[in-house]
Design a protein around this ligand. Structure first.
Ligand SMILES: Nc1ncnc2c1ncn2[C@@H]1O[C@H](COP(=O)(O)OP(=O)(O)OP(=O)(O)O)[C@@H](O)[C@H]1O
Length: 633
């Protein structure tokens, strides 16, 4: 490689600086000037002049040299390239050649061109974006138009629906208003009717009391002073007949309690015939069933207590299901629960429910044939019925013939889709003596347990009784009675009766203190297993109290003193034990439980009338309580 001559001393600084930079680059090629000129087909003299600084090269030459050096080594950094460009411009400017001017203009042109290119790209991008935005705007306008139309349609529909709704609402409001007025008017009428009924009831009670007094006087006159010894004159025998009339079948002789029935039919008719007819709702006695079977199978059931209807039944948790099932059965006999088997302790409302089914069914289906029968009275098949109500099946005796008849009745009625309702103090499983076939049939439908009434139900029941009898009782006293008598409704009613009777005799208000005083002596501990023993204690204590033999108390003797003592003993058994009516009857050798009902109602009424009776009951209660306590010890 031929070496380059040193740079001339007179070279302007700008030319020298460029020449030195170019030489540095050129050295990197490792070629002679001639050889490089041949490779690039350039003139070697011109290249020498460029490298000696005597002539300023074109920028093309410089960039070609930069490219060639980069091929052999590595590319120049942008900073080095820019430095070369600056040196090249300064050298050109210093030389004053037209090339410099051309170069400057070319640079500016290139720069302007670059800007134009960039601007053109930007314009294209903006034009594209503009078109896109315009399309989007058009789309949105279409959508907005559609939505507006939809909104207008919807609003029109809604306005229409609202107008319709408001019309309906105001129609309903008008109707409701007029119904509220009707309800108020009907409520008013109902209250008046209740008040009239209460007044009539009160008057009946007055008259009944008057009647008792007159009859007692009559009795005294009839029997003479010797026989009226105990100061209490029972104008009716224990079974409702005149005391001293020994001639007839005793089962026909009782007058079943119930103010209405006794008042309306029993007493007057009894006087005409010499024997009071059985009130309409009393169950047929065995004698009656045998002697006079119902002549017309479609006749209204005459053996249902008029007050034992669903309306008078208090419903609580303890009997809710039984009540619902009973209603369903009355509404659709033979369709829902067949048979329906209700069980629960004595005095818990089983008979009431059975009667209520009968009444309700008759009201809903006027031609329906309903028959209520106590199990002890069941003697032969009963087939001419749509609903058969059999009460207290635990008393079905070990009488094969009667059990066979019941089985036959059951099978035929079931097959014909007739309704059967049964009650018992225990579930079918605990009635083994009835035999497997009957027992299992009792379980075919629904078996439901009526529990002892819970506190709310007891309170509700007491409140109702107080309203019915138009008594004034402090609610606290009612709460106390409800809280302290928990087993069954009879016990509850007995307790209320004691408290109100005591208050009446002493002309004292019925408040908490009075209730607590009166009830403190009630026998508290009553278990099913104790019932019969307590019943025996009552019988013994009563006989003792009245100075008679136990055998006399249980005899058929109807002397006034014996009748009274017997009725008091029966009353105490009702109030102080869980024994059922038939069981109490048995205790005093009476077959018909209605005798017990009569005794209970009679003594209950007399307690509020006669202090002597009240005192005797209280005294006997204390004696029985002491005896029970002694038993427990
Ligand atoms: N839930 C109740 N609501 C209103 N009164 C009731 C209720 N339960 C029972 N009674 C009343 O209590 C009394 C006794 O009821 P009921 O004779 O029906 O009992 P029972 O269970 O059949 O007793 P027993 O097994 O001794 O025959 C009746 O006067 C009845 O009207």
């Amino acid at each position: 490689m031929g070496s380059l001559v040193p740079l001339g001393g007179d070279l302007p600084d700008e030319s020298r600086a460029l020449a030195e930079a170019l030489r540095g680059l050129f050295d990197g090629l490792g070629l002679s000037v001639r050889r490089y000129a041949a490779r690039r087909s350039w003139d070697a003299g011109s290249i020498s002049r460029f490298l000696n600084g005597t002539r300023v090269p074109t920028w093309d030459f410089v960039t070609t040299l930069i490219g060639d050096v980069a091929e052999q080594h590595r590319p120049l950094t942008p900073e080095a390239t820019e430095l070369l460009r600056r040196l090249h411009r300064e050298a050109l400017a210093r030389s004053g050649s037209s090339t410099h001017r051309v170069q400057v203009l070319e640079d500016e042109l290139a720069e302007a061109d670059r800007q134009s290119t960039r601007s053109a790209a930007l314009v294209r991008a903006l034009e594209g974006a503009l078109v896109d935005a315009q399309h989007r705007v058009s789309d949105l306008e279409v959508q907005i138009g559609q939505l507006r139309a939809h909104h207008d349609r919807e609003r029109a529909d809604t306005d229409k629906a609202l107008r319709l709704y408001e019309d309906q609402m105001s129609g309903l409001r008008r109707e409701r208003l007029s119904l509220i007025e009707q309800v108020e008017a009907l409520g008013e009428e109902l209250r008046d009717a209740h008040a009239r009924r209460m007044e009539a009831e009160r008057r009946c009670e007055e008259l009944e009391r008057e009647l008792i007094t007159v009859e007692e006087q009559q009795g005294r006159e009839d029997v003479g002073p010797d026989q009226a010894g105990d100061g209490y004159v029972d104008s009716l025998g224990e079974d409702g007949d005149s005391v001293g009339d020994h001639g007839d079948d005793p089962l026909n002789e009782f007058l079943v309690p119930g103010r209405q029935t006794g008042r309306q039919t029993g007493r007057q008719t009894g006087r005409q015939t010499g024997r009071p007819p059985r009130p309409a709702w009393v169950g047929h006695s065995s004698t009656q069933t045998r002697a006079s079977p119902p002549k017309d199978p479609h006749a209204a059931p005459k053996d249902l207590h008029p007050a034992h209807i669903f309306d008078t039944l208090i419903v609580g948790e303890s009997n809710r299901f039984a009540h619902a099932a009973a209603e369903a059965v009355a509404e659709s006999p033979g369709k829902t629960y067949n048979p329906l088997f209700l069980y629960g302790a004595s005095g818990i409302g089983k008979t009431h429910l059975l009667h209520a089914i009968g009444h309700h069914a008759r009201r809903l289906h006027p031609n329906i044939r309903v028959r209520y029968v106590r199990s002890e009275d069941f003697r032969r098949a009963i087939l001419d019925v749509d609903i058969l109500l059999v009460d207290d099946v635990q008393f079905l005796r070990d009488d094969r013939a009667a059990l066979d008849e019941l089985l036959r009745t059951f099978n035929i009625l079931q097959e014909a889709g007739r309704q059967i309702v049964l009650s018992s103090d225990r579930p079918p499983k605990q009635l083994p003596y009835l035999g497997d076939r009957l027992r299992s049939r009792f379980e075919w439908g629904v078996v439901t347990h009526i529990q002892p009434p819970e506190l709310e139900t007891r309170f509700a029941l007491l409140s109702r009784r107080v309203r019915e009898k138009q008594l004034t009782v402090d609610p606290e006293a009612l709460e106390f009675i409800a809280a302290h008598t928990s087993r069954n409704i009879r016990e509850l009613e007995g307790a209320l009766n004691r408290v109100t009777a005591y208050a009446r005799l002493n002309r004292a208000p019925v408040d908490l203190d009075l209730a607590a005083t009166v009830l403190k002596d009630l026998v508290p501990d009553r278990g099913p297993s104790r019932g019969e023993r307590v019943g025996e204690l009552i019988a013994t204590a009563t006989a003792d109290h009245f100075g008679m033999e136990l055998g006399e108390l249980r005899s058929r003797n109807r002397s006034r003193a014996l009748v009274t003592a017997r009725q008091i003993a029966m009353y105490l058994c009702c109030e102080l034990t869980d024994l059922s009516r038939p069981k109490i009857g048995e205790l005093f050798h009476r077959e018909d439980p209605a005798v017990v009902d009569h005794a209970e109602h009679k003594i209950r009424a007399l307690m509020a009338e006669r202090r002597s009776i009240y005192n005797q009951i209280t005294e006997l209660t204390v004696r029985v309580k002491d005896a029970v306590d002694a038993l427990a010890d």
